[in-house]
Design a protein around this ligand. Structure first.
Ligand SMILES: NC(=O)c1ccc[n+]([C@@H]2O[C@H](COP(=O)([O-])OP(=O)(O)OC[C@H]3O[C@@H](n4cnc5c(N)ncnc54)[C@H](OP(=O)(O)O)[C@@H]3O)[C@@H](O)[C@H]2O)c1
Length: 249
């Protein structure tokens, strides 16, 4: 008997990095997994990695129309949801004067609106005893130059988790957050930075980190599985930081 035998899991942003590592770990513990992503190439790779039992959805979490389509289909394939991991996110570093309205709207659509409406649309499927995990970021408490809008979205998620946890606990649904520090995922190569600047930033983070390394996606995934399981049954509306001590500096 595996820990998540018979449990159903949906992971948004499950085609890369932390979400993909979580999907693989849930599968190895017996869960039936559905994931979303946007990019066809990463979805195809994920299909190969997770195999035919996994449900793979191309679904832009920044668009409520696509969230509706996702849950309409998922409802036909799963008779309920035990675990919802709201993990899809994007970052786009820029100083204050360079942030356009379009870039601002996109960051909010994916990192905040998408999380809120995915949760709302998932609610009819969530079983009594289910668990929701939201991926925030240690930037939500730190000053994060050039990541102001991203960090503000993540701070808003921390607040949503606290408020909604009190709304949903009477239904026996728990919501918590996992707050990663620097984790070695493809996110860094997607920041749009020149390779030499990206390498210099990553080197600086490595030097600064109390652990002198980036975290592995699996180290965050293990926390997501803990928050999804009955082992965390009395943890409600909290955020667990997984950052190698970075936010303590
Ligand atoms: N890596 C870090 O250091 C770090 C630190 C703190 C917090 N986080 C947070 O951790 C979460 C996962 O990040 P990661 O590092 O694993 O990044 P990643 O490797 O870039 O993965 C991001 C995932 O989100 C998906 N995604 C992005 N925009 C989407 C959209 N509009 N609709 C649906 N899916 C979308 C991506 O799908 P496609 O591949 O198809 O685009 C991908 O599956 C994010 O919320 C991020 O903010 C990461």
């Amino acid at each position: 008997m595996q820990k998540f035998d018979g449990k159903t899991v949906l992971i948004t942003g499950g085609s890369s990095g932390i979400g993909l590592a979580s999907a693989q770990l849930f599968q190895s513990e017996g869960a039936r997994v559905a994931i979303t992503g946007r990019t066809e190439s990463s979805l195809a790779r994920t299909r190969d990695l997770l195999g035919p039992k996994a449900l793979i959805y191309a679904s832009d979490t920044g668009k409520t129309s696509e969230i509706d389509i996702l849950f309409a289909d998922l409802g036909k394939r799963f008779d309920g949801l035990d675990i919802l991991v709201l993990n899809a996110g994007i970052a786009a570093p820029a100083p204050l004067e360079a942030i356009t309205e379009g870039a601002f709207d996109e960051l909010l659509a994916v990192n905040l609106k998408g999380v809120f409406f995915s949760l709302q649309k998932a609610l009819p499927m969530l079983r009594e005893g289910s668990s929701i995990i939201v991926t925030t970021s240690i930037t939500n408490r730190l000053g994060s130059p050039n990541f102001s809008v991203y960090a503000a979205c993540k701070a808003a998620l921390r607040s949503l988790v606290a408020s909604l946890s009190l709304e949903l606990i009477p239904r026996k649904i728990r919501i918590n957050a996992v707050s990663p520090g620097p984790i070695a995922t493809p996110m860094f190569s997607r920041l749009g930075l020149p390779p030499e600047i990206s390498a210099a930033i990553q080197n600086e983070i490595t030097q600064k980190s109390p652990c002198h390394r980036f975290g592995a996606p699996e180290e965050v995934a293990r926390t997501i599985l803990f928050l999804s399981s009955d082992e965390s049954s009395y943890i409600v509306g909290q955020e667990i930081v997984v950052d190698g001590g970075m936010s303590l500096l």
